[in-house]
Design a protein around this ligand. Structure first.
Ligand code: 5GP
Length: 129
């Protein structure tokens, strides 16, 4: 069965999309650590990031870099933090989180739940940046 992230990339499950090309997809984390928290995935389903072949991995990292630059332009922040966990969803993904302080990337903190309209506005701002 397709992972939830494959179904998001295929448009079967709605998401707040921020960027896409033929191989990769970026969308807002549904429960962000900070507004603008984005997930970047390969469309080809692989559980563990470091099981991607070298070319797919390099392509994902370059796509994530482009998305991070968009986040930095759209969301006031000092840096865009990068993390890989994969403890919850078995489809390789990179977290990109706009940071004001180190504490913005503490995965133990309660996550945010933002109104749909705010999520849509954030996604659009990143997509257009
Ligand atoms: P991880 O697998 O890296 O430990 O965590 C998975 C992340 O995906 C979490 O931050 C969670 O909020 C996010 N997430 C889980 N399910 C969905 C979903 O259906 N849609 C979106 N946009 N994010 C999700």
């Amino acid at each position: 069965m397709a992972s939830i992230f494959s179904r998001i990339a295929a448009g079967e499950i709605p998401s707040y999309k921020v960027a896409e090309n033929d191989r990769y997809f970026a969308f807002l984390d549904i429960n962000p650590m900070a507004p603008g928290h984005t997930l970047v995935i390969p469309k080809k389903e692989t559980d563990y990031l470091f099981d991607l072949d070298a070319e797919e991995y390099a392509g994902l990292m370059e796509f994530a870099r482009e998305v991070a630059l968009k986040i930095k332009r759209a969301i006031p922040c000092k840096r865009v933090g990068v993390a890989v966990l994969g403890m919850e969803v078995p489809h390789a993904h990179i977290h990109l989180v706009p940071l004001q302080t180190e504490a913005d990337m503490d995965f133990r903190k309660p996550k945010l739940s933002l109104p749909a309209e705010e999520m849509a506005d954030i996604a659009q701002a990143i997509a257009n940046a």
